[in-house]
Write a protein that binds this ligand. Structure first.
Ligand code: PEP
Ligand code: MG
Length: 583
C-alpha cells in the first residue's frame, strides 16, 4: 500500500481500478541517425501511423454508436490526415534526407502543414488545424510509446490517473464509467477541478509523478476530502473507506434538511445563494440542493463540448431558454464566452500566444472576433425574451470594454429588429470583477452596468501572480491574503455607494468559513457550485451578522493569508466537524 499526498480539489471518495493517461507530449529532440538505420526508422513511422489509424477508427466507431454519426464524423477528419499520402511522404522524405528520428520529422512536417492551414482564406480549412494538431499529438504518443487507453478495456468503476487533463477531457471521461481522478497537475480553482466538482466526481491533483507509480488496473482510492490517493489499499483500509463514504452520504442528507429553509442569518438578514453551473446536466442540481437561480452559467463549455463544431444560434437559444425556464422565477446570469487563456481558443481560433492567460481571453476575444461571437450575443438577446436572463461579461479590465460590448449589442439589436425576431432589448448587463484593475475601478464600472459579480478565482490569480493551474505555487493561492480582503472591501463599498447589485461567484465562497467571512465583510449574494449550497446555508443560519462583522474585522487586521485561515478554522472548529477543504 502507498499513500500519495496532493490537493483535494473535488470532495468525496472514490474506489476503482486505474486507467493511466499520459497527455503531455514529451520533449521532441532532433536525433541524427546513422545511415543504416534510416529505413528502419521509416518503417517505425509507418507502423505508428497504422496503429494510430486503427485507434482513431475504433474511437470513431464508438463515438458514432454512443453519440451519433454526426459526432463520429469528427474522427473521419483525423483519419483523413493519417491517410494523406502527401503528408506521409513528406515525413518519410525528411527522415531519409535529413537522417533524423521520426518524432522530429513528424514535428517539422506537422508545423509546416499547420502554417499552411493557418494561412488559408477558407475558414473551414483554417479550423481543421485543430484536427491536424490532435492527430499529430496522437502520432507522437504512438512514436514515443506514451500510453493512451480505451476505457472499454477495464472492468468496473474506473479511476483516471493522468499527468494532465483538459476540462473537455474531464467532461468526456466523467460521463463514462469514471468515478474519480488523480492528476499530477492543477490547483483547486483550475477549470479541470471545477468540472470534476460539477460532475460530483472526487479528484486529487498536484500528485507529482503519480503516473510513474501506477499501472493500468491497479486498485486505487481517491480521497478528495483529505487530498490523498492510496495505491493498492489493504482490505481493512477499503472497509474503512466504504464506511467513510456512508458517513459522507449521511452528512449530505443532514445538510439537505435545510434545502427548503430560507437562507437567512440567525438575526434575520436575508442572503441569496445561487448556483454556478457549467454543464446542462447540472440543471437539476440547482433545485435539489436548494439554490435560488443561476448566478453563473459558464457558457463557454457549450462551445468547448461541441468543438470542433461551432454551436449554432438556435442551439444557443434553445439551451438558454431551457436554463431560464428551469430557474424561473429566479434569475439566470449567463456569462458570455470566457474562452482563451487555457480554454480552447488556441485550437479554435488559430491563436498562438506566448502568455495566453494574459492574452486574448474572455471579453477581449469576443470583441476581437465579433463575427464569430455575434452568434452568442444574438442568442442571449433572443432568449432574454423568455424570462429573467442577465448578461455577464468576463475578464473586464476597464470601462472601454463595457462600452464596446454595448456597441456590439446595439448592432445585434438592430439586426434582430430588422429580421422581426422576438428579443429583449435591455436584459440587465453586468461585469465580472476578476482583474485587479476592475476591482480598483469598481466605482467607475458600477456607473456603466446593472450589476457586478466578483470572480475570486481569477482575482486571486491575477492579484497574487499565482497561476491557478499550477500546483507548485498553490500554497500561495490564498483567499484570505490581506490584498484580497482589502480589494473585496473596496468593491463592496463601491457597489454599496452606487447602489448596484453585487454578488460573488468564485470558489472562495464555496468554503463555508470563507462565506461567513464574506458575509461579515458585507456581501449578501453568492453563487457557488450547487452541492456547496446546503453546507453554506446550514452554517450561516446559525450565525448573526454582528458576530460575523466582528470576525471579518479581526481577519482584516491579520497580516497574512495563513493567519486568516487560522482565525477562521478556530472560529468554526466545532461548528464544522469536517470542513469541505480550503478554498
Ligand atoms: C472566477 O474567476 O472566479 C470565475 C468565477 O470564473 P472562472 O472560474 O470561470 O474563471
Ligand atoms: Mg474567471
Amino acid at each position: 500500500m502507498q499513500t500519495i499526498e496532493g490537493l483535494g480539489v473535488s470532495g468525496g471518495i472514490a474506489i476503482g481500478r486505474a486507467v493511466v493517461i499520459e497527455n503531455r507530449a514529451r520533449d521532441i529532440f532532433r536525433l541524427p541517425l546513422p545511415p543504416e538505420e534510416v529505413e528502419r526508422e521509416v518503417a517505425r513511422f509507418h507502423e505508428a501511423v497504422e496503429q494510430a489509424r486503427s485507434e482513431v477508427a475504433k474511437t470513431r466507431d464508438r463515438a458514432s454508436e454512443d453519440l451519433g454519426e454526426h459526432l463520429g464524423a469528427i474522427f473521419d477528419a483525423h483519419l483523413l490526415v493519417l491517410c494523406d499520402t502527401g503528408f506521409l511522404e513528406e515525413v518519410s522524405a525528411r527522415i531519409r534526407q535529413e537522417e533524423v528520428n521520426a518524432e522530429w520529422a513528424v514535428y517539422r512536417a506537422g508545423e509546416e502543414y499547420a502554417e499552411r492551414f493557418a494561412a488559408m482564406e477558407n475558414e473551414y480549412i483554417r479550423e481543421r488545424q485543430a484536427d491536424l494538431r490532435d492527430v499529430l499529438r496522437h502520432l507522437q504518443r504512438r512514436l514515443q510509446g506514451i500510453s493512451h487507453h480505451e476505457l472499454a478495456d477495464v472492468e468496473g468503476p474506473v479511476v483516471i490517473v493522468a499527468d494532465d487533463l483538459a476540462p473537455s477531457e474531464v467532461i468526456q471521461l466523467g460521463r463514462q464509467r469514471v468515478v474519480g481522478f488523480a492528476i499530477e497537475t492543477g490547483g483547486r480553482t483550475s477549470h479541470t477541478a471545477i468540472i470534476a466538482r460539477s460532475l460530483k466526481l472526487p479528484a486529487v491533483s498536484g500528485l507529482g509523478e503519480v503516473t510513474e507509480l501506477v499501472t493500468d488496473q491497479d486498485p486505487v482510492v481517491i480521497d478528495g476530502e483529505r487530498g490523498v490517493v492510496i495505491l493498492h489499499p489493504t482490505p481493512e483500509l477499503l472497509d474503512s473507506y466504504r464506511r467513510r463514504m456512508e458517513e459522507l452520504r449521511t452528512r449530505e442528507l443532514t445538510f439537505l434538511e435545510t434545502r427548503d429553509l430560507p437562507a437567512r442569518t440567525l438575526d434575520g438578514v436575508e442572503l441569496h445563494l445561487m448556483a454556478n453551473i457549467d454543464l446542462p446536466e447540472e440543471l437539476a442540481d440547482v433545485r435539489s440542493f436548494g439554490a435560488r437561480g443561476i448566478g453563473l452559467y459558464r457558457s463557454e463549455f457549450l462551445y468547448i463540448e461541441k468543438s470542433p463544431d461551432v454551436p449554432s444560434e438556435e442551439e444557443h437559444v434553445e439551451l438558454y431558454r431551457r436554463l431560464v425556464e428551469a430557474a424561473s422565477p429566479e434569475p439566470v446570469i449567463i456569462r458570455t464566452y470566457d474562452l482563451g487563456g487555457r480554454k480552447l481558443a488556441q485550437e479554435l481560433l488559430a491563436l498562438d500566444e506566448e502568455n495566453p492567460v494574459l492574452g486574448l481571453r474572455g471579453i477581449r476575444l469576443t470583441l476581437a472576433r465579433p463575427q464569430v461571437f455575434k452568434t452568442q450575443v444574438r442568442a442571449l438577446y433572443r432568449a432574454a425574451a423568455h424570462g429573467d436572463l442577465r448578461v455577464l461579461l468576463p475578464m473586464i479590465s476597464g470601462v472601454d470594454e463595457v462600452r464596446a460590448f454595448r456597441a456590439l449589442a446595439e448592432a445585434v439589436i438592430e439586426e434582430l429588429e430588422g429580421e422581426g425576431l422576438e428579443f429583449r432589448r435591455d436584459p440587465p448587463l453586468g461585469v465580472m470583477i476578476e482583474v485587479p484593475s476592475a476591482a480598483l475601478i469598481a466605482d467607475l464600472l458600477a456607473r456603466e452596468v446593472d450589476f457586478l459579480s466578483v470572480g475570486t478565482n481569477d482575482l486571486i490569480q491575477y492579484s497574487l501572480a499565482v497561476d491557478r493551474n499550477n500546483e507548485h505555487v498553490s500554497y500561495l493561492y490564498q483567499p484570505g491574503h490581506p490584498a484580497i480582503l482589502r480589494m473585496l472591501r473596496t468593491v463592496i463599498e463601491a457597489a454599496r455607494e452606487a447602489d448596484v447589485e453585487l454578488s460573488l461567484c468564485g470558489e472562495m465562497a464555496a468554503d463555508p468559513r470563507y462565506a461567513a467571512l464574506l458575509v461579515g465583510l458585507g456581501l449578501r449574494r453568492f453563487s457557488v457550485t450547487p452541492q456547496a449550497v446546503p453546507a453554506l446555508k446550514t452554517l450561516l443560519r446559525e450565525l448573526s451578522v454582528p458576530w460575523l462583522e466582528q470576525l471579518a474585522g479581526r481577519c482584516l487586521e491579520a497580516s497574512t493569508g495563513p493567519e486568516v485561515e487560522e482565525l477562521l478554522s478556530s472560529a468554526f472548529e466545532t461548528m464544522l466537524a469536517a470542513p469541505t477543504g480550503s478554498a
